[in-house]
Design a binder for this molecule. Structure first.
Ligand code: ADP
Ligand code: MG
Length: 250
């Protein structure tokens, strides 16, 4: 099967990872950032990934997105293997099927918000794209379409990044701490947009420290030292715990 074709019958799991390992070597330093992580996200489901700094959350997200190659194990999107392919093939699969919102918001600095969305759409030829203006309107940036990234506030940047992630109506939406430095109002807006995508049948996975983000999740996966410690925990109780920890720390 060609990599740009999807099977006629899709499994309910839009995203699945089996026994992911990721080994890094930098000089003498060796790190096993992922130690056998398996997970599944269904269409219409929102999964939150939590865990301490250095747990491997960003590494996991990069492997799921096909931005990085796992050292072992396999990632599938709609049943199609994304991992262990040349970078050009991964990029093509990613452009069409996976929306990614990274901490740096993945926007090109010299392009306006609208042109960043259009660039993402140009990567997928022949796919009926939602007009860039409509996507920006959806994230509340209709009036900022011509602004460059440096002219946008933190909250606007996050929303522009989300418009780029949604440019090709992906089956899977992955977000790495999308509400990290945002005020409550902007966080609520981003979370509403994620929830809307899930309601539309997208599989949403969000790495987060935010109790609000955990609250909108159907399931929570806790990652610690590269391993899944706690899968399928009821989201409500964990959100309360995160909030308590936050108050205790602050
Ligand atoms: P988290 O997002 O949960 O804070 P990361 O996935 O960023 O954790 O990092 C997990 C571990 O992998 C850390 O020990 C980090 O130092 C290491 N790591 C991540 N990326 C690299 C890299 N490119 N080279 C070497 N080590 C890395
Ligand atoms: Mg991280």
């Amino acid at each position: 099967m060609a990599v740009n074709e999807m099977p006629a019958t899709c499994s309910a799991d839009a995203l699945s990872a089996r026994e992911l390992y990721r080994f890094f070597r930098a000089g003498d330093e060796e790190t096993l950032a992922l130690r056998g992580v398996s997970l599944r996200v269904r269409r219409g489901e929102t999964v939150a990934v939590v865990g301490p700094s250095g747990a491997g959350k960003s590494t996991l997200l990069a492997c799921l997105a096909g931005l990085d190659e796992p050292s072992g194990g396999e990632v599938r999107v709609d049943g199609v293997r994304v991992s262990h392919r040349p970078e050009t093939e991964r990029a093509r699969l990613r452009a069409r099927h996976i929306g990614v919102l990274l901490q740096n918001r993945n926007l090109l600095p010299h392009l306006s918000a609208r042109d960043n969305v259009r660039l993402a759409q140009r990567a997928v030829r022949g796919w009926p794209a939602v007009p860039a203006a409509e996507l920006l309107d959806r994230v509340g940036l209709a009036g900022r379409a011509h602004a460059l990234p440096r002219q946008l506030s933190g909250g606007e940047l996050a929303r522009a990044g989300l418009a780029v992630a949604l440019a090709n109506s992906p089956a899977v939406l992955l977000a790495d701490e999308p509400t990290g430095e945002l005020d409550g109002g902007t966080e609520g807006m981003i979370l509403d947009l994620l929830r809307e995508r899930a309601a539309d049948g997208c599989a949403v996975l969000v790495v987060t420290h935010s109790s609000e983000a955990v609250r909108i999740a159907d399931r929570v996966i806790t990652l610690d030292d590269g391993r899944v410690r706690d899968a399928d925990r009821p989201a409500d109780r964990l959100a309360d715990r995160l909030e308590e920890a936050h108050h205790a720390a602050g």
